[in-house]
Design a protein. Structure first.
Ligand code: SF4
Length: 709
């Protein structure tokens, strides 16, 4: 048999790089970047380059369904029918006794679009609960809300080609050099070819991104809005605003002016802990640029004031009219491969497919009619990610079905989450690997097919949809996630409405619900994607009749926004941080984040020996001044203690963090961790009141030398 090549998409971060996978005659896989893919043009980062090893190493795979009748018993291998019939029986019993809101699905930005669509259809349209949320709640929901409030919908207005058209990159609360490396390489290559390009990095840590930037604004955590307001004030005072755009296409400018004039630049500089001259320089560069792109991720989103941080950034684009033209616009970088696809299919507790809202009666009716729902879709949002685990702890939620995510490492306030899962009456875990800590808390375990073992679609951070083909068979009895859901729906008695035989059929149904919406993809199917490789949304049925590149590469080219009056909204926001306070007992701020060669909770990257070599063990970055006060030397074992828990880890004494700040990577859990270093033992469960995204970047801690008990 000759080697065969398949085009697919990297299933790690939201950059969505194209890959070419070659299957050799002996079944071995090799992989390279797809030179024809517009997102990465053949480049791959260290994680993407090693992706095929995660498929070839099947040593930790879940191979067949398992269940146990109570938690003191060991798991038993069972048939798919037995596992799904028992799960359906338990779900039906709870729904009958306690109502449909007694059950929930917690899914993942790694799920394919078809999978997201099916779970959403099942619980909202057939079970009658809005209790579906995703781990994207933990990373992107503040950006979603920021876009909705400012632009009228959750719409990323830019594309990667804007990088090469911009001359100022404002990278705030993000470390793309490590976390979105291919975006960063495009930025670096653009700067190398155009030395006048300026990169401004806003981050309390001196990351690799900060080191390579022209200006590093190393702000005190939580002062992002103060900084953005100061830049806004300078743009106004120095005549860099676009009065015509403001007048014709926005509301709220006057109130914004009044707000930003309340603090002088000197006051803002002091609050942020940076030099006044540096804020002035950043404002000058932005004001004088032809193309102003801003990039952000978790530093803005994972905050108790995450929505306000997003709005304060988008405001800089609105007052300067820097949106809808080449090289200009706000660009939220998604951390997961299909966080965007999940949002399109309504995979959050408060939305419905096609960017519809559960709070909108007309939208609910449209979906009920489309699905032929036997129930009315509820008008209240379902439980969000953190609320689900709180409800399990309080016995308000009786059953949770967790798909392709590992909340026992990724959720904040982990000890509370662990205790909630222990108390839960019924836990189903659908996953690929037994390395996921959460598997060991399940009553029913369902083995799922991994990347390359199933077919479907994903949407990357620039609204680009690609098709992922099935390349290899799944091991054992593992099934594609979509098939698990449609089989379960049949066991629940909804078989007539879940009568699919392929992911392609599911996708064909999904695209119909987008007709006439802002994300219209009625011109897309698996066949179209196989032929065109990828398209950006919107891509309506008539899309082939126009030049796609010029019509949907970026949104708002006509400056007509999705708000009711078509005008972008400049929101006035408070600049105060509302994170938990530091005090005498907990005087340091802990922030968490990623390292270059690991991804999320390491269930995939942790299997790849060459990725583990980069940074094999967790560490705590602490400033030399703070370390000296506590007699801590580099490499010593320390205890990091917060109000909810503690971890023991080696100290890395470094000026890369500000005084008063510590940094701990978020990847390690109990199973893969060394000595159980689980950063989220400490993190706060405070959430932004509108986006419900947790405040991972600001927890009060104390650090001391580890003392043996
Ligand atoms: Fe994969 Fe992201 Fe790396 Fe691209 S940048 S290869 S999508 S991990």
């Amino acid at each position: 048999m000759k080697p065969t090549s398949f085009k697919s998409t990297c299933c790690y971060c939201g950059v969505g790089c194209g890959v070419v996978v070659t299957k050799e005659s002996n079944g071995q896989l090799s992989l390279e970047g797809d030179k024809e893919h517009p997102s990465n043009k053949g480049m791959l980062c260290s994680k993407g380059m090693n992706l095929h090893y995660t498929v070839m190493d099947q040593s930790d795979r879940l191979l067949y369904p398992q269940m146990r009748m109570n938690r003191s018993m060991p798991m038993q291998r069972v048939s798919w029918d037995d596992a799904l019939e028992r799960t359906a029986a338990v779900f039906k019993t709870f729904i009958k006794k306690f109502g449909p809101d007694s059950v929930a699905f917690y899914v993942s930005g790694q799920c394919l679009t078809e999978e997201y669509y099916l779970v959403n259809k099942l619980i909202k349209g057939f079970i009658g609960s809005n209790n579906i949320d995703t781990n994207s709640r933990l990373c992107m929901s503040s950006a979603v809300m920021g876009y909705k409030l400012a632009l009228g919908e959750d719409s990323v207005p830019v594309c990667y080609d804007d990088i090469e058209a911009a001359d100022v990159m404002y990278v705030t609360g993000a470390n793309p050099a490590w976390c979105h490396p291919i975006i960063w390489r495009r930025i670096e290559a653009h700067k190398a070819a155009n030395p006048n390009v300026k990169i401004i990095c806003v981050d309390p840590r001196r990351t690799d991104t900060a080191r390579s930037s022209d200006l590093h604004l190393q702000i005190i955590p939580g002062t992002d809005i103060v900084l953005n307001h100061a830049i806004g004030r300078l743009l106004i005072e120095n005549g860099y605003v676009d009065n015509e755009f403001i007048l014709d296409h926005t509301d709220g400018f006057q109130a914004y002016c009044e707000k930003v004039m309340q603090r002088t630049i000197a006051e803002a500089a002091e609050l942020c802990g940076v030099a006044k001259a540096d804020i002035e320089l950043a404002a000058d560069w932005i004001g004088q640029s032809r193309g102003f792109l801003s990039f952000w991720t978790m530093g803005l989103n994972q905050s108790v004031i995450g929505v306000n941080k997003n709005l304060s950034l988008i405001n800089l684009h609105l007052i300067t009219g820097r949106i809808g033209t080449p090289g200009n616009g706000p660009f939220s970088l998604t951390g997961q491969p299909n966080a965007m696809g999940g949002r399109e299919t309504g995979g959050l507790a408060n939305i419905l497919p096609g960017h519809r809202e559960v709070a909108n009666a007309a939208h609910r009716r449209e979906m009920e009619d489309f699905w032929g729902s036997p129930v009315e879709i509820g008008s209240k949002p379902g439980l969000t990610a953190t609320e689900m685990f709180e409800a399990l702890a309080d016995d308000k939620l009786k059953a949770i079905w967790i798909i392709n995510t590992n909340p026992l490492v990724s959720m904040p306030d982990m000890n509370a989450v662990e205790s909630a899962l222990k108390k839960a009456r019924f836990v189903v875990v659908q996953d690929v690997s037994n390395r996921a800590d959460t598997v060991h808390f399940a009553d029913v375990v369902l083995p799922a097919s991994a990347w390359l073992e199933k077919e479907g679609t994903m949407t990357n951070a620039e609204r680009r949809i690609t098709h992922l083909p099935k390349v290899v068979n799944a091991p054992g009895e593992a099934l594609p996630d979509a098939e698990i859901i449609w089989r379960f729906a049949a066991k629940m008695g909804f078989g007539d409405s879940f009568n699919y035989s392929s992911a392609s059929e599911v996708y064909d149904e999904y695209v119909k619900v987008t007709a006439g919406t802002s994300i219209d993809v009625t011109g897309v199917s698996h066949a179209v994607l196989q032929q065109k490789r990828s398209v950006q949304w919107p891509f309506p049925a008539e899309a082939d009749t126009f030049d796609q590149k010029n019509n949907n590469a970026r949104l708002f080219t006509d400056h007509q926004f999705y708000t009711p009056n078509k005008r972008a909204q400049i929101h006035v926001v408070d600049d105060e941080n509302r994170s938990e306070p530091v005090d005498e007992d907990f005087p340091l701020i802990l922030t968490t984040g990623r390292i270059r060669d690991q991804w999320h909770t390491m269930t995939k990257t942790g299997r790849v020996a060459r990725l583990n070599k980069h940074i094999p063990q967790p560490f705590l970055q602490i400033h030399p001044t703070d370390a000296a006060k506590r007699n801590i030397s580099d490499g010593q074992l320390v205890t990091v203690r917060g109000r909810r828990g503690e971890v023991r880890v080696k100290a890395q004494v470094t000026e890369d963090v500000r005084p008063g700040l510590c940094f701990l990577p978020m990847h390690w859990g109990k199973i893969l961790g060394s000595n159980g270093v689980r950063a989220n033992n400490i993190t706060s469960s405070l959430v932004d009141p509108r986006s419900k995204e947790p405040d991972f970047k600001f927890s009060a801690v104390e650090v001391s030398l580890y003392q043996k008990p």
